[in-house]
Design a protein around this ligand. Structure first.
Ligand code: BG6
Length: 520
């Protein structure tokens, strides 16, 4: 059989093992999206579903059900999906793939408090089970504001949709899963309440919390880099590492996102989830195996050991973008963006300092920063090494020599850079920094799937490795809460000009320890 190889397991008779390199195809199922008319659904979810179908990773009977207030017929909704696919899909448009996918597209009109609409949803899913063989397997994707969670969860519970029916003898057990988009609360307490609410309806093993950074190839490659090689791990510790900088910089502003962002800010939007997950993968110990639970155990351990460095007025920084230039374009400041309170104190830049109190990392600061309207779009993890303990050169020869660095370029221009000193050609022994580069684009011919492709497929396969469990979410809030309280009690965030690298307080924060931010 293709992809199966026969291996003799020690002490066991010959057994068949699946070649894990081959992609797994999702079994028969349907996915219901709540909030289907939103931006995320149009730009990411619908295109990802098409891309999966195009790659042959969805079952032929797959069904996509949209639930929203608009008065659409199935065909109108299919048109909306088609438009999203043609505009945003990663893979080329193929009519035959679309024809098959669109046969399974349905729309249910209603508001979240409309019992009858949820009745219609239940009937629609039942009909799809019969018509398209989706077998009672349903994923519910909640791409909705957090305040709508209680009512939607209650409806799914009331209508029995959250609970799979008992399968008959010899039949596969159907599944029900729920997918939740961030924000997972706005502080520890609200996250705990939210988790309790979700778990009352869906058992934890059926809850898939999306942190789309974990779906990025470059983020998963961190684990390959660290645990598949011998080169890096021996120096991946406080003996050799001076500090770590994790940066997620964006050049875009917040026009059009006031409803979500005002009052939330950069720390809740990005540090609580994406950046603390990156820290966890960078700092964790090697898992016993790549079984989901083993990965969770290591991430939970390292997040439990992660602490803020104090005093917070010196070890954190926040800012808010003011008008400026983004390339050749003049852009407005946050307070002039449509929908934002002109007195808003929401930060669009946040930086914090953390220690990981373990034997491996004691004394190594982890600096996390994120911001909108910065110099350019770049996400990277930079592991900065200590300087050589002794330099047997004339001092002028090493003036241009910085710290050795290993930089994982998450995006764009995905890859890894190693920076070290090299002799400048010529008669003197001058040493200067050079870069050695690995680039995905050059080493692999295949382009990387979008994060949402990977994550949606994993939901349908019931593969939870790349989804944070509630303990991780709560630990992340536990780390961040004191900063949020500290900032809430303070004045306004410091303005920084759009197109620059953020507020001066962020530079001062590092300068206090004799360090500086990289300018990627
Ligand atoms: C989201 C944040 O989670 O990530 C946005 O809410 C941010 O504010 C986005 O713009 C960035 O994602 P990516 O994949 O483009 O880096």
């Amino acid at each position: 059989m293709a992809g199966q190889k026969k291996t003799a397991a020690p002490g066991n008779p010959l057994r068949e093992e699946r070649d894990k390199r081959l992609p797994r195809i999702a079994g028969p199922c349907s996915m219901v999206i709540f909030g289907v008319t939103g931006d995320l659904s149009r730009k990411k979810l619908m295109p990802a579903i098409y891309d999966l179908a195009n790659r042959g990773l969805l079952p032929p009977g797959f069904a996509l059900v949209g639930f929203a207030r608009r008065d659409y017929a199935d065909e109108d909704f299919a048109e909306v999906v088609l438009d999203a696919v043609k505009t945003h899909a990663r893979t080329p448009f193929r009519q035959e793939v679309w024809d098959q996918l669109s046969e399974g597209i349905r729309f249910v009109q209603g508001t979240f408090d409309d019992d009858a609409a949820f009745g219609t949803l239940a009937q629609t899913l039942k009909k799809l089970d019969a018509e398209r063989g989706t077998g009672g397997n349903h994923a519910f994707y909640l791409s909705i504001p957090p305040n709508a969670f209680p009512v939607v969860l209650e409806q799914l519970s009331r209508t029995g949709l959250a609970k799979p029916p008992e399968s008959g003898p010899g039949k596969p057990q159907p599944w029900r899963r729920v997918v939740i988009e961030k924000p997972f609360g706005h502080d520890l307490q609200s996250a705990q309440e939210l988790n309790a609410l979700v778990n009352r309806v869906f058992p934890e093993e059926t809850v898939f919390r999306i942190d789309h950074y974990l779906g990025k190839e470059t983020v998963q490659n961190l684990l390959a880099l660290r645990f598949a090689n011998e080169l890096f791990e021996p120096i991946w510790n406080a003996n050799f590492v001076d500090h770590v900088q994790i940066t997620m910089a964006e050049d875009i502003g917040l026009g059009g996102r006031a409803g979500y962002y005002d009052g939330i800010g950069a720390a809740r939007d990005v540090i609580q989830n994406h950046l603390l997950q990156l820290l966890a993968l960078t700092a964790m110990e090697d898992p016993v195996s790549f079984q989901p639970r083993q990965l969770q155990i290591e991430k939970i351990k390292v997040l439990s050991a992660t602490k803020l460095v104090e005093p917070l007025e010196e070890t954190t920084a926040r800012g808010q973008y003011a008008a400026g230039w983004q390339g050749s374009e003049r852009v407005v400041g946050l307070l002039e963006e449509e929908g934002f309170d002109p007195h808003s104190r929401t930060e669009t830049y946040a930086a914090i300092t953390l220690n990981v109190d373990t034997r491996r990392w004691a004394g190594v600061p982890f600096y996390l920063r994120t911001g909108k309207r910065l110099g350019r779009r770049v996400t990277e993890i930079a592991v900065m090494f200590k300087r050589a303990p002794h330099l047997p050169f004339d001092q002028t020869m090493t003036e241009e020599l910085g710290q050795n660095a290993l930089v994982i370029r998450v995006q764009p221009d995905e890859g890894i850079t190693m920076r070290f000193g090299s002799k400048v050609p010529g008669s003197s022994m001058e040493v200067r920094d050079v870069n050695m580069d690995f680039s995905y684009g050059e080493s692999f011919t295949e382009s990387s799937p979008e994060a949402y492709e990977r994550l949606i497929l994993d939901v349908l396969l019931g593969e939870p490795s790349l989804f944070p469990v509630n303990e991780e979410v709560e630990l992340a809030w536990r780390i961040l809460d004191p900063v949020l309280e500290h900032w809430a009690a303070g004045g306004k965030p410091e303005p920084y000009e759009a197109g620059t690298w953020g507020p001066s307080s962020a530079d001062e924060m590092l300068a206090r320890t004799g360090r500086e931010w990289r300018r990627p």
